[in-house]
Design a binder for this molecule. Sequence first.
Ligand code: IPM
Ligand code: MG
Length: 330
Amino acid sequence: MKSRTVTLLPGDLIGRDLAGPITELCAAAGADVGWEWIEDVVGDDEPIRPACLESIRRNGVALKAPFRARPELGRQSPSVDLRKSLGLYAGVRHLRNQPGIKSRYQDIDLVIIRENTEDVYAGLEHEVHPGVVESIKVVTRAASERIFRFAFRYARAHGRRRLAIVHKANIMKQSDGLFLRVGTEIAQDYPDIETRGIIVDNTCMQLVQRPHQFDVLVCGNLYGDIVSDLGAGLVGGISAVWGVDRGEDCALFEAIHGRVPELLGTDKANPLPLLRPAIELLKHLGQHEPANRLDRAVAAVLTEGKHMTADLGGTAKTSEMLAAIQGALA
Ligand code: IPM
Ligand code: MG
């Protein structure tokens, strides 16, 4: 009997191939986790099947691989539906250099905190007239307060000193104006955190030119999606980053990249986009020893450079890279 049970959502893409081997690797590293596999996530009449939501609520922790977009169902992506259904309002994405991964910059250590429930992800789009489509951006005071409280608490708890509110309030005066105003108000309660507003386009240029000036960036849903990928590019891409969606009761660790249907069944996919969040999940559960062993083994394999998948510049198969990581566990 394992001391912790974690819901595992292998998704309908590369997680089908990777989830099993990654749970075995965690076990080899000494992780004390039982995995509750949920394969059927998308509901018939509701966005997410109740059994899936119950499992995640009961366990409080989940690991999620990527899902296919399902526009033919007229639904949001399961990733978005999971965030909304579970109240996972804060997307926290860590952009940090990792040993063995080449990147444009060194010593980057940024956190992007993304509002996960509204903005244009509200999914409110309609054709008002043939050839005229509207997409509604929703920003509420309640959701803005909730994300800024989370972000300032996070900054304080993690010893971070600077927080940037990312917006485009010069153009979206009402919606982004409200987001910026609420962030600026809440900043008054955190005088120890240096806070400033920064326009999203300038944020992107500054990130590319002088990324070290940033510490925590707080973004609405869409800017958070885009800026977190830009930031991933700065630290070496999909092998370096991981994300967690958090609410009051649960935490969902997710592969934020790796939607590569053509790699399914080929034994060629890079396992790190799913392995990184799995390692961070272990840390979240307090299982630091197996997590650190895995971190060190991944770093050793990347630094040695002999057993890497093609996207990392090597010729190894997925199974060979995973075997090398397991072999490097010390
Ligand atoms: C992400 C992804 C998702 C998003 C997609 C898969 C719906 O890009 O988690 O960053 O847009 O949020
Ligand atoms: Mg994204």
